[in-house]
Design a protein around this ligand. Structure first.
Ligand SMILES: *C/C=C(C)/C=C/C=C(C)/C=C/C1=C(C)CCCC1(C)C
Length: 247
């Protein structure tokens, strides 16, 4: 018989994955409050970006609330909840990227290309994780298909349309925003495939013996970096832009 809640849930302090679910939830929630309130302190043209940042962390907070409980009670990866979260938040990040490059002349078609590539990335990743038979071939096949979407997004930001817009722009704030964005996609987003490779049969699982619970450890760290970190960068750009305008 269980007598206390702590007997059935994993205690966050001795389980790093549970710990990041708890802190992740709180951080996403706090970040949303921050972004929503700070909307009043930035120029009108940045308000939508902050709004979208707050919605992204807000959607994540709700999913973390459920994922945290799912994980602490079952000890298993909350794969479905994770991908529902991403299906909503990653396209919103594409909207955010579009808003950031719009002052440099980005067209709506850019946003749709990013979203289409992100959907391919997520559908293949979900198939890889949710329908695994534990084999390396399954993990690698779907991981590679997913990576096609990721590489296409990298291409657009580092060499394609986004890069060309940044080169043409003579606005230093826009240039800085686009370059930060490109680095987030290259470094911050690359944490996710590392987590994926810890799944049963994944290269890090079979190669280095990294346990599959580490999938969520990497995903939680990556989400904090990308959802909160990127939002803060946008906020910083908006604020420094305002100082220039006041001077
Ligand atoms: C807020 C959530 C974000 C920014 C999620 C991003 C997710 C990815 C960049 C996932 C990428 C993956 C691969 C490139 C290959 C393996 C499967 C995925 C889906 C983990």
């Amino acid at each position: 018989m269980y007598t206390t809640l702590l007997e059935i849930v994993r205690i966050p302090v001795d389980d790093p994955v549970a710990f990041t679910f708890f802190t992740g939830y709180m951080a996403m929630f706090a970040a949303s409050v921050f972004f929503f309130f700070e909307m009043g302190n930035v120029d009108a043209k940045w308000k939508t970006s902050l709004l979208v940042s707050g919605i992204i962390t807000g959607i994540a907070a709700v999913h973390y609330y459920y994922m945290r409980d799912y994980y602490t009670v079952t000890g298993e990866n909350p794969t479905a909840l994770r991908y529902i979260d991403w299906t909503l938040t990653v396209p919103l990040m594409c909207v955010e990227f579009y808003l950031l490059s719009r002052p440099a002349g980005a067209k709506k078609s850019l946003m749709w290309k990013l979203i289409a590539a992100a959907v391919l990335m997520l559908v293949a990743g979900y198939y890889g994780e949710a329908f695994t038979d534990g084999s390396t071939s399954h993990s690698v096949t779907w991981g590679l298909i997913s990576s096609l979407g990721y590489v296409y997004i990298l291409y657009i930001t580092w060499f394609g349309e986004v890069k060309q817009l940044a080169d043409k722009s003579d606005n230093p704030t826009v240039k800085k925003g686009i370059s930060t964005l490109s680095w987030f996609i290259l470094v911050g987003w690359a944490i996710y495939p590392i987590g994926y490779m810890c799944m049963p049969g994944g290269w890090l699982n079979t190669g280095l013996g990294w346990e599959s619970s580490n999938v969520d450890l990497f995903y939680n760290i990556a989400d904090a970096v990308n959802k909160i970190g990127f939002g803060l960068v946008v906020y910083n750009i908006a604020i420094s832009n305002r100082k220039v305008a006041l001077a």
